[in-house]
Design a protein around this ligand. Structure first.
Ligand code: SF4
Ligand code: SF4
Length: 443
């Protein structure tokens, strides 16, 4: 396929990527911890209800939480052992979430429900969707949208293209990069599962051109797959954002307020593709994921395959702990990740990175008044006027924020990154977006 390197989106930024800390480190399996904490909400949508009680014995891979909501994803035990507690526990979103704590028996005894689902050509579209749902697969780039929902668009929105997001445009993170180098076959198979479920005739794997080794490996892997191509993307943040990725790989533009399915496209992350392959071939639910543990504050940075529910404190200990000058702990990347006040919280399905930044990396300067430089406007990849929306949010003028299309914000953080006055624009716009969406729901 012709290189897409010349196709770029408007706006965006070029942050320091600092991926060299972990890019060359192969994925290592972290031993299962003695205890896991499984939140009942690890996805966008309805939270799960527990299917077990304190004192119950559970097996590895057993479904322990589920919901009747369509937009939801069940959760599973990531160790075998005994349910020690059910109650609120710290969560990367910043507030305690109802969670199931399991004490491991150290045996890793698989649940009897875990068995291969069969060959892809034997499964119907509905069977694939059910399989993906039952495996609890969500968007693993951080969005955590239940994957089965994206595989079931309404009939009036036919899908012809599935895009696998291998851009990994966030600085520091290398989990997807390593998956592309180490598991190309599982990614391709996962893409084929999605294409079959959606009846799509074309698959595209988008990779930023700062990962030439991943481009080479994935191109080799699709040589005998005429319906799948690999697109080399310009390196620019947020290239991996859904709308940007669709624009540069298909030249289709998702309308304001619209979804990728409006232009015949569904996007999934590299990790979600691997999870679908394992669900089909091995019957395994999503109980483990690859996480980049990185940043200058981590003594031994690594790419780790970690059981969901492992505490971040335990992961950091496994990596030699934090350096004394660590200033900020972030779950995710530095642009879109969430800063934490504690490491006593679990790795969840959407945890792509654990990032420790030091004094040298954290800007502690106070914000000042807007100097009307318009840099935030020039950086916004979805054509918003961040300074106006932030001002509207600050004054609680949410109708004005709606008119300024606050709901279209993809929370990429570019505006905050470029603002010379260091105004926390993204934070304000996130508040505006939340209010606008809540009001729409009430109407
Ligand atoms: S307004 Fe939203 S989409 Fe635009 S740059 Fe800021 S965070 Fe990104
Ligand atoms: S970048 Fe900052 S200072 Fe410049 S216009 Fe936007 S909010 Fe104001």
């Amino acid at each position: 396929m012709k290189s897409m390197a010349s196709l770029v989106f408007r706006g965006g930024v070029h942050p320091e990527y600092r991926k060299e800390l972990t890019a060359s480190l192969a994925v290592v399996s972290m031993p299962a911890p003695a205890q896991v904490v499984i939140p009942l909400q690890q996805h966008i949508g309805a939270p799960c209800e527990p299917l077990v009680q304190v004192g119950d014995q559970v097996k590895l891979g057993q479904k322990i939480g589920d919901s009747k909501g369509f937009v939801s994803a069940p959760v599973h035990a990531s160790v075998s052992g005994k349910v020690a507690a059910i109650g609120p526990y710290n969560h990367p979103l910043g507030r305690p979430v109802q969670s199931i704590t399991i004490e491991s028996d150290g045996l890793d005894t698989w649940d009897q429900s875990i068995k291969p689902a069969g060959e892809l050509h034997e499964l119907s579209r509905d069977e694939i969707r059910k399989l993906v749902r039952e495996a609890g697969i969500v968007g693993m780039g951080g969005a955590t949208f239940p994957a089965h929902v994206k595989l079931a668009p309404p009939p009036e929105k036919p899908i012809d293209t599935v895009i696998i997001n291998g851009a990994e445009c966030e600085p520091y993170l290398t989990a997807d990069h390593r998956l592309m180098l180490e598991k190309p076959g599982e990614i391709i198979y996962g893409l084929k599962i999605m294409m079959k479920a959606l009846g799509a005739s074309r698959g595209i794997i988008g990779i930023e051109n700062n990962k030439p080794d991943a481009l080479r490996v994935m191109r080799q892997a699709v040589e005998s797959e005429p319906e799948i191509s690999v697109a080399a993307l310009h390196t620019k943040y947020p290239q991996g954002a859904e709308k940007m990725l669709i624009q540069v790989t298909t030249r289709r533009k998702v309308p304001s307020g619209g979804l990728p399915m409006d232009v015949g496209v569904v996007n999934h992350n590299v990790g979600s593709a691997v999870a679908m392959t394992r669900a089909l071939r091995e019957g395994k639910p999503l109980i483990e994921r690859v996480v980049s543990v990185t940043g200058e504050g981590v003594v031994r940075p690594a790419n780790l395959a970690i059981r969901v529910g492992t505490l971040v404190s335990g992961v950091l200990e496994f990596c030699g702990g934090l350096r004394g000058n660590t200033r900020k702990l972030i779950i995710g990347g530095p642009m879109m990740g969430l800063a934490q006040t504690t490491a006593d919280l679990p790795v969840i399905k959407g945890t792509s990175g654990i990032l420790a930044l030091t004094d040298e990396d954290v800007d502690l300067a106070e914000s000042s008044d807007c100097i009307k430089c318009a840099k935030c406007v020039g950086s916004c990849p979805v054509y918003l006027v961040p300074t106006f929306i932030a001002q509207a949010a600050e004054h609680k003028l949410f109708e004005r924020a709606e008119k300024l299309h606050a709901a279209d914000c993809i929370e990429c953080g570019c505006c905050t990154y470029v603002c010379p006055a260091r105004i926390p624009l993204t934070q304000w716009i996130r508040i505006a977006k939340f209010e606008v969406l809540e009001r729409r729901k009430q109407k």
